[in-house]
Design a protein around this ligand. Structure first.
Ligand SMILES: Cc1ncc(COP(=O)(O)O)c(C=O)c1O
Length: 372
């Protein structure tokens, strides 16, 4: 069936479109970003997996489910990404180093990859939030041996409720990944597909700023939570690790991939307006340099100067969807700098579907908070 569950022409075309954007030869669609990392770890030599202390807990989850040892690396510079100094002397031969371009921000990628490679580590890039970005003109995702990405609802390209991919230029690794994917991923059931479509429609509706307060009240406040993040890792494989990316999902991703430049352009406009609104804030700081390709960051990260949760509550009360910001990490508490970052970072929405009215309201909210 043209828009059925069995992968076909749409999946092939989506894989080619992602590969050509990343400048690599092989892309394999996966159920999620974490599912992509899980698949990669099934195909790479055994070894410790080293990850940033400040990152999505799903990354740690995929590694734990792969029965691998996790080493968390501390961020010494207080920013969302690791630097060359952070990995100096911390890696050893046989390590797999997950280089994350958090929220689409990336600097000195070639230098970090070189520093990791010199220590004998294999580099995998986490471009879950950095698809279509670049560093010094080279696409993110093309620096390491392989990369994994996400088509989660919060990302640049999204399908209900999640999807992802792995990418590599290495022919032998690609062949192993394809063989392994056939064993690990199973055809999506009709019930699961129906559930995903319904949830996708619902989420699209309730995350509009006008309804966001309702979504937040029902989903979080009534359940005594402040966000969906709890840092708790799944102990068993779930659909994000085992359900094959379906043809109907590729049919949703493909038009977005074809309009990618247009999507990025619109997001860049939104990003610029928000960045300007944030520039002179006394409540929070922003990243010093924007992503090289404006519009490729999934969110605009801000660092709260005082109480992050108080700022978060004020933004939510004004209908601002702060999305996820990894407030609860899977990282040991001894990595105090990573936890400090988690305790200050918030994210502003810079998705292209935001209407001019919604954007004006958001900029006004930021301004009014400043006066309070
Ligand atoms: C940096 C990073 N890595 C990995 C993931 C996991 O991706 P997924 O939710 O598609 O499994 C995310 C998701 O937000 C992420 O932001």
């Amino acid at each position: 069936m043209r828009y059925g569950r069995t992968p076909g022409d749409h999946c092939n075309a989506a894989e080619s479109a992602v590969a050509s954007r990343l400048g690599v030869r092989h892309v394999i669609l996966t159920p999620s970003g974490r599912g992509g990392l899980f698949l990669l770890l099934q195909c790479l030599p055994s070894g410790r997996v080293c990850i940033p202390g400040y990152t999505c807990s799903a990354v740690a989850e995929a590694i734990a489910l792969s029965d691998r040892e996790i080493t968390y690396l501390e961020h010494s510079r207080g920013s969302i990404n690791l630097t060359t100094e952070d990995i100096a002397g911390r890696l050893q031969p046989g390590d797999i180093f997950v280089l994350t371009h958090q929220y689409g921000y990336a600097t000195n990628v070639a230098q970090i990859v070189e520093a990791a490679t010199q220590q004998g580590a294999i580099v995998i890039e986490d471009i879950a939030a950095a698809f279509a970005g670049a560093c010094n003109g080279k696409p993110l995702g093309s620096f390491g041996l392989a990369a994994f990405g996400s088509f989660d609802t919060s990302k640049l390209i999204h399908v209900p409720m999640k999807g992802g991919f792995v990418a590599t230029d290495d022919d032998a690794l690609a062949a192993t990944l394809r063989t392994r994917a056939k064993l690990v991923f199973h055809r999506m059931s009709v019930t699961h597909a129906t559930r995903l479509v319904l949830l996708g429609c619902l989420l699209h509706l309730v995350t509009r700023p006008t309804l966001y307060w309702l979504f937040h009240a029902i989903n979080f406040r009534l359940r005594g939570k402040t966000s969906a993040e709890d840092g708790i890792l799944a102990r068993k494989l779930n659909a994000f690790y085992s359900t094959e990316f379906a043809e109907w999902q590729a049919a949703i991703a493909l038009p977005q991939l074809r309009r990618l430049d247009e999507i990025i352009h619109r997001r860049a406009e939104v990003h610029d307006i928000l960045q300007a609104a944030c520039a002179s804030s006394t409540l929070f700081k922003s990243e010093p340099s924007p992503p090289e390709i404006a519009g490729t960051s999934v969110r605009l990260p801000i660092y709260a100067i005082a109480d992050k949760m108080a700022l978060y509550q004020s933004l939510v009360a004004n209908g601002v969807d702060c999305g996820f910001s990894f407030t609860m990490l899977a990282t040991p508490k001894s990595l105090s700098e990573s936890w400090r970052i988690a305790g200050s970072v918030l994210n502003l929405p810079c998705y292209g579907s935001i209407t001019p009215d919604e954007l004006t309201r958001l900029a006004m909210t930021l301004e009014s908070l400043e006066k309070q």
